[in-house]
Design a protein around this ligand. Structure first.
Ligand code: IMP
Ligand code: MG
Length: 180
């Protein structure tokens, strides 16, 4: 039985299974439970890619919490456009409170750096980052997110929220471009 998936013109093969992803999401939630319980953080999920990760992650938290959704896109098809457009759909009172950003993937790091910078303007107590995946080799400046699900090599991946030209987000596992 093949686990390959065709999206547009490309074929992707299974890379991280649904069960493995869920275990890592639980691990991240445990860390956040330990570090933020009682601290009244605001979670900021970066749309569109982090919607599934955010949905699963907050259901593993053991404290009441608020979540806000922000849209930021810098990618067209498979290449970073280099320009980060941040659309802040942000209207929480975060002054003096910790923010935890929920991201699907950090590639060059441009998006996350810009977002952290934008969110600082709301005078939060702190800004932490939970990312499902990190392409450390692709970072343009070194950056250590507080919580990382998986470090992945510089390959193109889809699934569990991540897309290739808007397709593939609903895959339960994460798939990588075949023969890359
Ligand atoms: P950065 O600003 O270069 O770090 O890009 C981050 C954004 O690029 C992510 O939020 C994704 O939307 C997109 N991206 C980067 N790598 C991939 C990938 O392998 N698959 C799908 N989207 C990706
Ligand atoms: Mg994204």
């Amino acid at each position: 039985m093949t686990q390959d998936v065709q999206l547009h013109d490309k074929v992707f093969e299974l890379y991280l299974s649904e069960g493995y992803i869920q275990e890592r999401v639980k691990d991240i939630a445990e860390g956040i439970n330990r570090d933020f319980s009682g601290k009244d953080p605001v979670f900021v999920s970066i749309l569109n890619g982090s919607f599934l990760f955010a949905a699963d992650l907050i259901r593993y938290l053991n404290f009441q919490c608020q979540i806000e959704f922000v849209k930021a896109a810098s990618y067209e098809a498979m290449q970073s456009t280099g320009e980060v457009k941040t659309l802040i759909g942000f209207n929480q009172a975060v002054e003096g409170r910790p923010i935890v950003i929920i991201e699907d993937i950090i590639d060059t790091g441009r998006t996350i750096k810009q977002l952290m910078n934008d969110l600082t303007k709301y005078n939060p107590e702190s800004v932490h980052v939970a990312t499902l995946t990190l392409k450390r080799e692709a970072l343009i400046e070194s950056f250590d997110p507080d919580y990382v699900g998986f470090e992945v090599p510089n390959v193109f991946i889809v699934g569990y929220g991540l897309d290739y030209d808007q397709l593939g987000r609903n895959l339960k596992g994460i798939y990588k471009l075949k023969d890359q």
